[in-house]
Each structure stands twice: as structure tokens, then as C-alpha cells.
Design a protein around this ligand. Sequence first.
Ligand code: FE2
Ligand code: FE2
Length: 311
Amino acid sequence: MDALEQQFQDTVDGDGRIEPRDWMPEGYRATLIRQIAQHAHSEIIGMQPEGNWITRAPSLRRKAILVAKVQDEAGHGLYLYGAAETLGADRDELLDLLHAGKQKYSTIFNYPTVSWADVAAIGWLVDGAAIMNQVPLTRCSYGPYARAMIRVCKEESFHQRQGFEALTVLANGSPAQRRMAQDALNRWWWPSLMMFGPSDDNSPNSARSMAWGIKRFSNDELRQRFVDATVPQAEWLGLTVPDPDLRYDEETGHYVFGEIDWTEFFEVMKGNGPCNRQRLATRVAAHEEGAWVREAAAAYAAKHSAREVAA
Ligand SMILES: [Fe+2]
Ligand SMILES: [Fe+2]
């Protein structure tokens, strides 16, 4: 290890922050760009399953909340693409990689939202799982990523609560509404557990990310925390978690849960989930149709800076 590398590792080990101008190993930079890009892509693709319900929200209040939430996700994408740019990545290139299917986004967004209860379940479970994953990232060793996560997590916690509140109304409503709520939990439970990624013995890059202070807890640890926090919430709602093997272990104080279907996870990852093609096609179309907006914004910025130079 040379002096620069030693200094880098000392900063990380001492819980300090690495900033854009600091020296960093190329592997660290590349890992962060890949992770932050994947995270940014997930935020903007994640607008689709819920955006799908904006025109069909059951009341003006629900519509206003949903519009605000979907807009927040666009903002999260922006902070994250911004964080990736501080590492030397080019935003247009990252989007090109997403559109070409060469960079991934979270598999969870390849599932359809077939009823209004799915929107509620996404807030409760998907944003809930995102919080479990992202709170430790507020202490990640890379400064701009950690700082972006602080704001993102505050907004995610609003998302989680609004989902849970919407589901509370359904779970206490008519028999048909209760069935909708239960169906949504049945559909979203397992994909939400998959959001934490493969189990630890099948997650080869985790150790390196831990040594670099990017990752603080293993996938299985975070998944367990999510299950422990969420099962009592499902009980409170009067809903049944769709897992016959689920039980509380008095000795460990944790819930024991059934086997995750990893074949499904890897199939969705490969592009064979129920909505992969649709999500990517919608994203590409939105990008192409938005070209005039980007051009107009760039022309405005150029005019503005020309005026500043003249003044
Ligand atoms: Fe988000
Ligand atoms: Fe969110």
C-alpha cells in the first residue's frame, strides 16, 4: 500500500469522509459510480409504477400526496446523478447505459401495480425497505453520496408513512377493500425482501464495499431488520404475511422467515420480470420526447451565462 492509499484507508477506517478532490482507488470510484447510478436509475424508473395511478387516485387528497411523492423520486434521481458526476461520471452516458440495458435498476420496479392498494403497499413496503437500505448510507465514506442520502431518507420516511396510512384505511374498510389490501401484501411481500439483494454467501463484492465504508451492514442483516420491523405492522393492520414458515423466535428476538425464491429474483434481474420491457420502453420514450426540454434549458443557460460575461 503506498502513502496515498494508506491515507485513504485511514480516513475510511477513522469514519472520515472522502471528498471529490481526494485521492481514491480506481476500484472505489468505479464501485461508487455503478452503485450510485443504479440507485439513481431506480429512483426515476420507480416513478412509473406509481405514476400509473396518479390519474386514478381515489380522492383529490390521495392524488396530491401521490403527485408529491412521485415528484420526490425524480428529485432523488437528480441528487444521485449529481453525486455520480462528482466522481467524474457523465450523466448523459449513465442514462445511455440505462436505456441500452447495460446498467441495472432495482428489480422491484418490474412488478405491475394492478390496484390502488398496490400504491399503498409500495409506500409501506418498498419505501420501507429503501429506508432500511439507505439510512446506513448516510454514513457512507463518500461525502456527496452520504449527504444526498440524508435528504433522501427524510423524504422516504414520509413516503413510507403515507403508504402505511393509505393501507390502514383499506385494511379497516369494506370486505372488498380489505381483500385489496391483502392481495397487495401478497404481491409485494416477497419482491420487497428481494430488494436487499442476494444472501450474504452469494454476494461476492460485499466484503470489499464494507472495507471501503460504502456498505455498513450485510444484505441479510438489513433484510432481517426489515422483517422484524414490518411483521408487527402487518399484524396491526390485521393482514397476513404470505409466508407459512414465518414465526417469532423468542430466544433470538427475531422473526424466522421462509426461503426466498432466488430464481425469480435472477430472472427479473436478467430482464424477464413482468414489466421490464415496458419500464425501459417508457423511460426511453420519455427521454426522447423530453429532448426539446433539455435543448431549451441548455439554450437558456447559454444565453444567461453570455449575459453574465457581458455584464
Ligand atoms: Fe426515492
Ligand atoms: Fe420513496
